[in-house]
Design a protein around this ligand. Structure first.
Ligand SMILES: [Zn+2]
Length: 171
């Protein structure tokens, strides 16, 4: 994950991440320019010597389809919730359907899934938080925008990326 490169749109909005080799190809092909790079770890070949990029920017604007969804995965839910149980704030390594799957509204969706520790998950069983007397301490949400980009990268963010991630979105 330390080798991921943040890709910005031409407008400097974070778009996605790619491996550094792919980022170098995009820069050499004139599709992107390097915005921030590691001068120490250079990429060398007989014909080039290039600082290894941390952040690149596409030279042409790419239209991002509205409402691009992040697939719901167990790993993704755990990452979104920081591996913290939504019922006791303990260490979570399972995922709970807030409204049980057998009920109406019990979908396999970001809004209905929360990280849970084994003990809470077992105790809650096939009940809603109300029925189980286990109030939910967090409000599950669907990751969008920068949050979704970071989730796909599998990291809470690299410090080299921060100036671009805190930048207000252009749109
Ligand atoms: Zn718990």
């Amino acid at each position: 994950m330390g080798d991921h490169v943040l890709v910005l749109n031409a407008t400097y909005e974070p778009l996605s991440t790619v491996g550094w080799q792919r980022a170098v190809v995009l820069v050499l092909d004139g599709i992107a320019e390097t915005v921030a790079a590691d001068e120490v770890r250079r990429v060398r070949s007989p014909s080039i010597s290039l600082a290894r990029p941390h952040v690149i920017r596409l030279l042409s604007y790419v239209r991002v389809p509205r409402g691009r969804r992040t697939p719901v995965t167990r790993r993704g839910v755990l990452a979104r919730d920081g591996h913290q149980c939504g019922y006791c704030r303990g260490r979570a390594d399972t995922v709970d359907h807030v409204v049980p799957r057998s009920r109406s509204g019990g979908g396999h969706t970001w809004a209905n899934l929360v990280a849970a520790c084994r003990s809470c998950n077992g105790r809650k069983g096939n009940r809603t938080p109300d029925e189980a007397g286990m109030p939910l301490l967090v409000q599950p949400f669907e990751p969008l925008g920068v949050g979704a980009v970071l989730l796909r990268a599998g990291t809470a963010g690299r410090t080299e990326w921060e100036p671009w991630l805190t930048r207000p979105a252009a749109s």
